[in-house]
Design a protein around this ligand. Sequence first.
Ligand code: 2BA
Length: 107
Amino acid sequence: MKLILAIMSNDDSPMVSSALNKDGFQVTKLATTGGFLRAGNTTLICGCEDEKVENAISIIEKYSSKRTELVPNTAGYDMSHFATFPLEVQVGGAVIFVLDVDQFIKV
Ligand code: 2BA
């Protein structure tokens, strides 16, 4: 058995979590904070059989992969005169650890 720890953005975690559940994976969601940026992120914990790890990783990848998005950007000289134009930013991506599980006990 393996334990998957997947760290991702708060925005992506609901989709990842639902997709994992839909495929029969059990997931625990932790509200975490990145040590470098000190911004909130989400860590999903998922215990599964060895042969299902690749499937779990591909689901996580599908719903949290790095992509660019256009976001509105406002640049103004004063409050009455401003222009808006889209700005391309990179969002998403996940950091995934796969650990060996010694014992899995439910009491
Ligand atoms: P990523 O490498 O994609 O990491 C995203 C988040 O994943 C991290 O948030 C952290 O919460 C977790 N993470 C990544 N690698 C980890 C590891 N080896 N062990 C435990 N947790 C890990 P942040 O720490 O806030 O980092 C956000 C982004 O800032 C990182 O994106 C990376 O691009 C950059 N970064 C992190 N540490 C850095 C450093 N010491 N110097 C330069 N850039 C750094």
